[in-house]
Design a protein around this ligand. Structure first.
Ligand SMILES: NC(=O)c1ccc[n+]([C@@H]2O[C@H](COP(=O)([O-])OP(=O)(O)OC[C@H]3O[C@@H](n4cnc5c(N)ncnc54)[C@H](OP(=O)(O)O)[C@@H]3O)[C@@H](O)[C@H]2O)c1
Length: 276
């Protein structure tokens, strides 16, 4: 019988793509999130064991973000339970240049090595899909994206590449014990990325860098809680301070082909009507 692959965050940006690709390869897939039939809530360990039972491979996409305090301990605890439930492989979705994410990587590696699980880490730059289906999509569709980020180039990564890499690590040989640093092929500032979207849509879409304090105050006024504001501040300052600007050949290493370019994603998204 085919092994079961458990996909946490299986309804999200990368997880849904992992699910689709695993099914296309004939794998048995269990989608796990708070809203899926197999419920798994990272915040409620009582939901973990039943969902992990019998899974041979586990895609670990922690939510909301590995930068959240305690995320490393939670991801490590779930990895331990996965091993106890019979899993043989875990693939961790991680973030590039994030100390919290790197702590989680270390924690997962330690548990995996202790329990005999094969592990793979996918350390990713910002997803290009943030513009087309994530938090920024509505603002882009409305004609202006305003964020507390200046001229820092980021090699935006196609989530399709993340999913291809995750499936390779779950189903194929040769990826155990590897940390792949995945980025897109070109580093662009947010203004340049938005300019490419505007050109593909053939209508004006602007980018406006805004001060972090004002950005925080506006979101706070909309009821966004303090811990989420802290997380956003961390992502927009520390993670986007230029430390992650250099593209890597990680996609080529894991998949044997070049990484997808933002321009292709923009063309596909515009054609699919992502921005109306
Ligand atoms: N966006 C980026 O640019 C980027 C870059 C690098 C790394 N990452 C990492 O990617 C991860 C998120 O993955 P993603 O972007 O593929 O997903 P996503 O689109 O952010 O969606 C979140 C997924 O997690 C589930 N989820 C939310 N809260 C949960 C909880 N408490 N317990 C269990 N599941 C929960 C959601 O489904 P339900 O609502 O049904 O629970 C959904 O499936 C984060 O760890 C982030 O740090 C993101």
């Amino acid at each position: 019988m085919t092994d079961t692959q458990l996909v946490t965050g299986g309804t999200g940006t990368t997880g849904s793509r992992v699910v689709q690709r695993l099914r296309a390869r004939g794998a048995r897939v269990r989608v796990a999130s708070r809203s899926s039939r197999c419920v798994l809530d990272w915040a409620d360990p009582g939901t973990w064991d039943a969902t992990l039972q019998g899974a041979a491979g586990v895609y670990l996409a922690y939510a909301p973000d590995l930068a959240v305090p305690g995320a490393d301990a939670t991801v490590a605890a779930l990895t331990r339970r996965a091993a106890a439930a019979g899993a043989r492989r875990v693939v961790l979705l991680s973030g590039r240049g994030e100390p919290g994410a790197q702590r989680a990587e270390q924690a997962v590696r330690s548990v995996a090595e202790e329990t005999g699980l094969a592990w793979t880490v996918l350390r990713c730059s910002w997803f290009a899909q943030n513009f087309s289906e994530g938090q920024f999509a509505a603002a882009v569709a409305a004609g202006e994206l305003a964020l507390p980020v200046g001229d820092v180039p980021e090699p935006f990564l196609d989530a399709d590449d993340v999913a291809d890499a995750a499936v390779a690590a779950l189903l194929d040989e040769g990826h155990a014990g590897r940390t792949y640093e995945l980025t897109g092929p070109r580093a662009l500032t947010f203004a340049e990325a938005v300019q490419e979207i505007a050109a593909a849509l053939d209508r004006p879409v602007g980018y406006r860098p805004v001060p972090l304090d004002g950005f925080r105050a506006e979101l706070a006024g909309q009821g966004v809680p303090d811990d989420v504001l802290d997380l956003l501040a961390h992502l927009f300052t520390e993670v986007l301070d230029g430390r992650n600007s250099a593209p890597t050949d990680g996609v080529q290493q894991v998949l044997g082909r070049p990484a997808g370019d933002l321009a292709d994603l923009v063309r596909r998204s515009a054609a699919a009507g992502c921005w109306g």
